[in-house]
Design a protein around this ligand. Structure first.
Ligand code: NAD
Ligand code: MLT
Length: 309
């Protein structure tokens, strides 16, 4: 069977597919007509967040059996079109959870202590010690929006650093929140009470734009961290809220359009720390998601159950 890989994944995943006897072709950064051409004779397609798997892709690939997402979010895959074409969509929901949680913790510290800003100035020879009076996380309140796999790992880590935890997630019970020492609250209360708000929902029609100007206004003086999906937080509103001092700062790993355009408003605000979607970028996480998705493709080709379809 032929597996087309259109976003880079760890070699361990490619090796596992080849060892199972399948042909693996990599075609990174293809889009539009080139993507449709490349997928025409594929039996499986492997992507991360860089490939939009639209209805046109399914139409161009009559022999496609499975699309494997080497990671968590499947918002770049048209699930309805996959269903219409009888194609399995599988992801790797476990392998990068700890990497994403650790990056969230790093981004929280980065914005609380202005680490990238101070680093950049010191590299140009400026000893700007007097310009950066940071905020301690200890005894502050962390608001978690979306208390799923990543949100829970972030809550554990930042709770152990002395933060009080509140969370908004309409789909989990107080019992699970109690195990984490988190108080489940309504959305507005989460925004109002959080000194630091961290977002961990999937991007869905329900969550798209759920944090915009009105919601940011409720966070007066707080910090926002988004290592989930760009579309959940309105970028213009976030940039304006940090610029005008409604928020003290923000840290953003994910953008509505990626790769991010140089004129994205978030890149122009000093107190917004940005990284290029690095949440899952650790060796361990990439090896784990690549082998997990390879195993599922091998299973699909053998007509065996696919674990995370
Ligand atoms: P998950 O499915 O385990 O958890 C998501 C949680 O969000 C669930 O508990 C769900 O109930 C909750 N939720 C859904 N709709 C909600 C709403 N309207 N309001 C509040 N909560 C809501 O997912 P996860 O594995 O924890 O991943 C979380 C996010 O992080 C996803 O968007 C994923 O794509 C993203 N992610 C990003 C990176 C990165 O590289 N930056 C890495 C891993 C995951
Ligand atoms: C994910 O949803 O798993 C993340 O976007 C990580 C990634 O693949 O970069």
């Amino acid at each position: 069977m032929k597996v087309l890989v259109t976003d880079p994944i760890a070699d361990a995943g490619l090796t596992r597919l080849r060892d199972a006897g399948h042909e693996v072709e990599t075609a990174y950064d293809v889009e539009g007509a080139a993507l449709l051409d490349a997928v025409a004779d594929a039996n499986a397609l492997v992507v991360r967040s860089g490939t939009d798997v639209t209805e046109a892709v399914f139409e161009a690939a009559p022999d496609l059996v499975i699309v494997g997402r080497a990671g968590i979010g499947v918002d770049n895959i048209d699930i309805d079109a996959a269903t219409d074409h009888g194609v399995i969509v599988a992801n790797a929901p476990e392998g990068n959870v700890r990497a994403a949680a650790e990056h969230t913790v790093a981004m929280t510290f980065a914005t609380a202590r202005s680490i990238p800003q101070a680093h950049a100035r010191l590299r140009t020879g400026e000893w700007a010690k007097g310009d950066y009076l940071g905020t301690e996380l200890n005894a502050k309140t962390l608001g978690v929006v979306g208390l799923g796999r990543v949100g829970q790992e972030v809550a554990k880590r930042l709770g152990s650093l002395g933060m009080d935890l509140v969370a908004y997630d309409p789909y989990i019970g107080q019992e699970r929140a109690d195990q984490l020492g988190a108080e489940l609250v309504e959305f507005e209360a989460c925004l109002e009470r959080a000194d630091f708000l961290t977002v961990h929902t999937p991007l869905t029609p329900e969550t798209e734009g759920m944090i915009a100007g009105d919601e940011l206004a409720l966070m007066e003086g707080g910090y926002l961290v988004n290592c989930a999906r760009g579309g959940v937080v309105d970028e213009d509103a976030l940039a304006a809220a940090v610029e005008d001092g409604t928020l003290a700062g923000a840290a953003v790993d994910v953008f509505a359009d990626e790769p991010v355009s140089p004129d994205n408003p978030l890149l122009a605000v000093d107190d917004v720390v940005v990284t290029p979607h690095l949440g899952a970028s650790t060796e361990a996480a990439q090896e784990h998601v690549a082998t997990s998705i390879a195993d599922q493709i091998v299973a699909a080709f053998a007509d065996e159950p696919v674990a995370n379809a």
